[in-house]
Design a protein around this ligand. Structure first.
Ligand code: BGC
Length: 353
């Protein structure tokens, strides 16, 4: 692992960029500003490496307006309706930053803070450990929350992310990573031809503000059925109210696996390059988002422009708005407990069909 300076925040904090490498030549760059994955080089079927995550060229670009490129998301990933929830009889009011709702931890979420870095060597490969303590009341959330996130580049081309958190007061937590992937290479057109499989029989339908209705709906007969491989583009334009609300896919799938067990929950392949990405997680849900809000206005890495659907995200998570949804898996963390969660994006190649 190596590191170099990566700019300074407006408040004067110096930020670093870390490079993790493995013996197969895979390389990942991560900054401790927002814990963001800045680049990820993965080989195609003929061994050619390409950067498969979207981002911007300069540290200033990450400080500026951008849709969570590569970022760690917290304290609560995804939406909380009207930015309000009750816990132990107390109503908490969060910053509202997405229409009427709270999204991805608030105005200054974990994607916009400087994490304390530590380089480590795990048995699986080089690790960058990032630590952040979110103060009681930060962005409206109760309790001092200490979060440690370890990024490990494994020997078999996986980027593993291990999350740990503890609190001194009951609080709600939902941590994820918001990398935007294009397996053809960042800036290489849209992801509509990528082939996706998601091991989920159900998803959580939403209202027009993308807040779950509370129903766990079968994917059977809907464009949300990815139990068999299908291209992203094959049904994204279907006349379907859920797709209209999301402007495409921007929904949470209810994963079939047992929560807490570390399993492959999704697989994505790009036919031309042969690159494959498997998603493994312990989490119960997966937000599959198809870059519907990208609109060509951001100048990305290497001057690339990112049109609508230039990338997809697979955000492993607990379900959106869980603090207000008694039937969803719980997201409350209490003093004395440790939140532990793992996700891995594992890269390989498949032969031409
Ligand atoms: C959300 C989208 C949002 C995107 C970037 C995703 O996790 O589901 O609705 O636009 O993040 O902000």
């Amino acid at each position: 692992m190596s590191n170099k300076p990566f700019g300074t925040t407006p408040s004067g904090e110096a930020v670093q960029l870390y490079t993790l490498r493995n013996a197969k030549g895979m390389q990942v760059e991560i900054t401790n500003y927002g814990g963001r994955v800045v680049s990820l080089l993965a080989p195609d079927r003929s061994g050619r490496f390409a950067d498969v995550v979207l981002g911007v060229d300069s540290p200033e670009g990450y400080l500026g307006d951008n849709p969570y490129f590569g970022a760690l998301i917290g304290r609560y990933g995804n939406r909380i309706a009207k930015g309000r929830f009750r816990l132990n009889g107390v109503e908490y009011k969060l910053a509202v930053n997405n229409g009427a709702n709270a999204l991805h931890g608030g105005v200054k979420g974990f994607d916009r803070v400087v994490w304390q870095p530590r380089e480590a060597q795990s048995p699986d490969g080089p690790s960058l450990e990032l630590k952040y303590t979110s103060k009681d009341g930060e962005e409206g959330y109760p309790g001092n929350l200490t979060v440690t996130v370890s990024y490990t580049l494994t020997a078999d081309n996986g980027l593993r992310i291990d999350y740990h958190a503890t609190t001194d007061k009951d609080t709600v937590v939902n941590l994820t990573n918001h990398s935007y992937f294009n397996l053809a290479g960042q800036g290489e057109g849209t992801i509509l031809d990528h082939v996706v499989q998601i091991y989920a029989d159900r998803f959580t339908p939403v209202d027009a503000g993308l807040i779950p209705t509370g129903e766990l709906k079968s994917v059977e007969g809907t464009p949300f059925d990815f139990r068999q491989p299908a291209t992203i583009g094959s049904r994204i334009g279907n006349k379907d109210q859920q797709l209209e609300y999301g402007l495409g896919y921007d929904h949470n799938w209810v994963l079939n696996h047992k929560t807490g067990s570390f399993d492959v929950v999704a697989r994505v392949g790009e036919p031309v390059s042969g690159r494959v990405m498997e998603v493994l997680t312990t989490e119960p849900g997966l937000q599959f988002y198809t870059g519907n809000f990208l609109d060509g206005t951001i100048r990305g890495k290497g001057g690339k422009v990112y049109p609508k659907r230039a990338a997809f995200c697979m955000e492993t998570q607990h379900f959106p708005d869980s603090p207000n949804q008694p039937k969803f898996p719980p997201v409350v963390l209490k003093p004395g407990e440790t939140l532990q969660s793992s996700t891995e994006y594992r890269f390989s190649v498949e032969p031409a069909r």
